[in-house]
Ligand binder design. Structure first.
Ligand code: RIB
Length: 317
């Protein structure tokens, strides 16, 4: 097992409806099926890393409602250190309403609930334990001031930080995130951050390079079925994905980050960790749900073996 991973981030209850298409405004549509499961970008990333065997602590806030108890029990089952996961009196849990189309594409609306109550002082209260971590994962489903504060604190402590700027926000203060070791956006988030087009790989590279020029050390752009692109000083590295048939892409980016983090803290090999994350995310989209779809180390090993098999290499995209 490598270094400890800290996640300062959100948790949500995912209410997922599988539907043939997204309803138009004013339209009521019968969906195909419904599933409820644990989600939230912070918790997803923590759970993915833990399922693969990483030692993970989570700093998060749950609601004072029917969902809170189940959420914390789920974290304990997967082995997360939950000493800094607390319930907020009188506030609802974070909830994500999600529509998934047959292609696996998703659309998400979140109500952040208790996640909005995770404040800088809560990070300070967890700092003695966070100091034991060699990498801290952050996303943008908690107050922005908490994210900035954690980056600043980690910089003072010499702890590496991965920031996943998701969901995309227009007003992210670049000067407050420059000390993140890794910035991991998807194409949409990169476009919002830079105001540049990110449709083609060349556009993605140019947009990511503009962030490196402004002082970010390494930008890892997740490209969905096209894998990931690492952009830093020097040549960029494209890591292709593997072919699978997606059924549900919810939480695929989080699967990538959790697996990347698990590999990186034990190997310190950036490109190998990206390859690992890309494969883990590919496996995750073959099953419904976010955390529900995340493989443990054994199942992930079987998936990787299936990719190497001469025939039946699984899948076609
Ligand atoms: O990244 C996927 C996650 O985004 C979902 O699990 C949902 O909870 C939203 O936070």
């Amino acid at each position: 097992m490598g270094g400890r991973i800290g996640v300062v981030g959100s948790n949500m209850v995912d209410l997922v409806t599988y539907t043939d298409r997204i309803p138009a405004a004013g339209e009521t549509l019968a969906g195909r099926s419904f599933m409820m499961g644990p989600g939230g970008k912070g918790a997803n990333q923590a759970v993915a890393a833990a399922r693969l065997g990483a030692d993970v602590m989570l700093v998060s806030r749950i609601g004072d409602d029917m969902f809170g108890g189940g959420t914390i029990r789920g974290f304990q089952e997967v082995g997360l250190d939950v000493r800094h996961v607390r319930a907020v009196p009188g506030i609802s849990s974070g909830v994500a309403t999600i529509f998934v189309e047959p292609s696996g594409e998703n659309r998400i609306v979140i109500a952040r609930g208790a996640n909005d109550c995770l404040l800088p002082e809560d990070v300070d209260a967890a700092s003695v334990d966070l100091k034991e971590c060699s990498l801290i994962l952050l996303q943008l489903e908690i107050p922005m001031e908490t994210t900035y504060h954690t980056i600043e604190w980690a910089k003072r402590e010499g702890i590496e930080v991965l920031l996943n700027p998701a969901p995309a926000v227009q007003d992210l203060d670049l000067s407050s995130i420059l000390h993140a070791t890794f910035l991991v956006p998807n194409q949409t988030e990169l476009a919002v951050l830079t105001g540049m087009p990110t449709e083609t790989r060349a556009e993605v590279e140019a947009a990511a390079r503009s962030l490196v020029a402004r002082g970010l050390k390494a930008v890892i752009v997740t490209l969905g079925a096209d894998g990931a692109l690492l952009v830093r000083e020097g040549p960029s590295v494209h890591v292709p994905s593997v072919k699978v048939t997606p059924v549900d892409t919810v939480g695929a980016g989080d699967a990538f980050i959790g697996a990347f983090a698990e590999h990186y803290v034990r190997s310190r090999d950036l490109v190998a960790a990206i390859e690992w994350g890309v494969r883990y995310a590919a496996d995750s989209v073959t099953r419904p749900g976010a955390q529900k779809a995340y493989a443990d180390a054994e199942a992930f090993a079987r998936f990787r073996e299936s990719l190497e098999a001469p025939q039946g290499a699984g899948s076609t995209a």
